[in-house]
Design a protein around this ligand. Structure first.
Ligand code: PLP
Length: 407
């Protein structure tokens, strides 16, 4: 494969004070964390915010602490809205991206024969959810083909939109199994033109690159806060457009937070996206997410979006030169996820060898990406996902570790 080595060299992003950012990140002293696509390292202010709230809960009571911090809790919505260019009323907290996704899906009144149009690189759990809908409701799941250079063929997808008039179009911005960046805004332009319901999984892109829901033209967008956004585990959110709210979509199992029980046999859904939330909230986590979003915006998402993929590009160039290593990324635009295979190793021992060098990584298996790994003819790969607080030296150290293990 041909790799762009323009990112080779130092000072990949002069606007960021990487040393200060690392000083803010206690985990940097312990590990070379190249598993941001799994879970980013918490920044000190995020950790402090959560610990502070847990302490307050212990001191004055959980409900009382939530009441005392109601103003800060509201900032969760404002911070996330600021990050993706919508109003706070369009944001719902969720315990995970998958929960956000399935809650949103539950709001769509699928009928037998309805088409869900998706891509060959949509997230494993989304694909399973579509198949489950097929089993229960008889919907049809159609996958748009990939372009020869990698990534979805938008023209072919648009043609399928016209042919099937899908009930839902769904695309994962950056898959879990490769650094591919899908052209979600281009897909969105066709959805808007045809007035099709469009859901985007931005789990790997939030915190890694700017996301503008208006530009993407999506109706629904799901994400976690724990990956490139560097928020706590057990958190995520759902964006719900005004269009969808006005059209009256509501989750199947709406609860006493999402709706008012207005009479013995009726209820009134909330006006805002809070109709997609549940009553019980992990408040320390919600506050941690607000702090993480604020932190990312403070660092500067544009600068992050230049540095993180540039570190990944530097890593790809070095790995590509290692005999026995095959870098798997394909596509016109690549993000901060690097995937590769290595000859002569089984997955767990290879990851353990990286762990032993205090290099955090993750394994991906064929089951995570039936189409993509089938096309690439690989059964597993190692995934490395640097972020802006990683250094060029760490990239070189990780590449050297792989080279040492490859011989
Ligand atoms: C692209 C993508 N979508 C969705 C998810 C699911 O996120 P969660 O574990 O928060 O449900 C992941 C997790 O790895 C992911 O990579």
């Amino acid at each position: 494969m041909k790799l762009d080595n323009s990112a080779f060299g130092r000072n990949l992003e002069p606007l960021l004070d990487v040393e200060a950012l690392r000083a803010d990140t206690p985990g940097c002293e312990q590990v070379v964390h190249f598993n941001n696509a799994g879970c980013g390292l918490l920044a000190a202010p995020v950790l402090a915010t959560m610990l502070d709230h847990l302490r307050l809960e212990a001191q004055i009571g959980g409900y009382e602490a939530a009441a005392a911090r109601a103003g800060q809790v509201r900032e969760f919505y404002a911070e996330l809205a600021g990050l993706i260019n919508c109003h706070p009323e369009n944001i719902a907290f969720a315990g995970s991206a998958t929960h956000a996704f399935s809650t949103a899906l539950s709001a769509i009144p699928f009928e037998a024969g309805d088409v869900i149009l998706t891509t060959r690189n949509d997230f494993i759990s989304n694909q399973i959810a579509f198949l489950s809908l097929r089993k229960r409701f008889g919907v049809r799941v159609v996958h748009a083909p990939d372009a020869p250079e990698g990534g979805v063929d938008v023209a072919a997808m648009a043609w399928l939109m016209r042919k099937h008039r899908p009930r839902l179009v769904s695309a994962t911005h950056i898959p879990t199994n490769s650094g591919l960046v899908q052209p979600v805004a281009e897909i969105g332009r066709h959805c808007r033109e045809l007035d099709l319901l469009y859901m985007v999984d931005a789990c790997q892109s939030i915190g890694q690159r700017p996301i503008d829901v208006a530009e993407i033209g999506c109706d629904l967008l799901t994400a976690t806060c724990r990956k490139f956004l560097r928020g706590p585990r057990g958190s995520g959110f759902l964006y719900v457009s005004d269009r969808v709210l006005k059209a009256g979509y509501e989750p199947l199992f709406i609860d006493m937070h999402g709706a008012r029980w207005t009479g013995p046999d009726h209820y009134q859904p909330a006006e805002s996206a809070s109709r997609f939330e549940e009553w019980e909230f992990p408040y320390a986590t919600v506050l941690g997410c607000a702090a993480a979003a604020r932190y990312a915006r403070g660092v500067g998402v544009e600068a992050i979006a230049r540095r993180s993929p540039a570190l990944a590009a530097r890593l790809r160039v070095q790995l590509d030169a290692v005999p026995g290593v095959r870098v798997l990324e394909q596509g016109p635009e690549l993000g901060a996820i690097v995937t590769f295979t290595i000859e002569g190793w089984q997955p767990e021992p290879f990851k353990a060898a990286m762990d032993a060098r205090r290099i955090n990584s993750a394994l991906s298996f064929r089951e995570f990406a039936q189409f993509d790994f089938g096309d690439k003819d690989v059964d597993w790969c190692l995934r490395l996902s640097p972020h802006y607080y990683n250094t060029e030296e760490e990239v070189d150290q990780v590449a050297a570790a792989v080279a040492e293990l490859a011989v």
